[in-house]
Design a protein around this ligand. Sequence first.
Ligand code: PXP
Length: 259
Amino acid sequence: MPSSSNSNLPNVLLGVNIDHIATIRNARGVHYPDPLTAADIAEAHGADGITAHLREDRRHIKDADIRELRRRVKTRLNLEMANTEEMVALAEAIRPDMVTLVPERRQEVTTEGGLDVITHKEALGRSIQRLTAVNVPVSLFVDPDLAQIQACADLKVPYIELHTGQYCEAFEAGVGVQDALNALHTAALEAQRLGMKLNAGHGLHYGNVRPILELPGLIELNIGHSIIAEAVFIGLGPAVSKMKSILVEHSPQKTENSV
Ligand code: PXP
């Protein structure tokens, strides 16, 4: 049960990841559906931010999309990208409102695990310095692993994004859900203790998102695939509104007010 100290917290924010609009467009090599229009619709239906992942193989979002999104997004643009020279140079030029650094393996269907910040500390540190120098805050996408979270704090990043994939897999399997939630909860507390702000995401859908809203200090969720999948049946605007309503209704202070 949330404590009464939560009563002044704002809702958990919704970042909508529009990658899979571009996946559908690219399947035919045509110009539709347009990720920019998707961003407009998402913002009009309650998205607090737009997230796009520029992958090295450009399988969905393209460079031109990012440039246009930078011009068009009225809320906040979060650019997810690998820590490569090419990507960092692009982010320095485009200056999104946030960069979330993620690991990338070409063969993976989607981002499969968090960054190994411990192993790649020096290289990450150099990129964080470059991006911070052009006023782009950096978030590191990590598993709920206390040693990795300490490494993030050592790099003095303002944000981390906790990888919720393991929890989502446990939810689907119906095994180990509480353990996965406990790991996320402990990691969230550690991020808070070390002075970092907290986002989370990956694999979240309408059925599994509610317990995640209880993570201490959670600011924003980045959700993509499930919203775009729901949009196929009910339209993008209603699909975004439906997720936003869950976040508004079930963020801790709302849960508290409703009991
Ligand atoms: N957060 C990060 C760092 C991601 O890499 C992704 C997938 O691109 C997401 C959130 C969104 O994940 P999903 O599409 O499963 O909602």
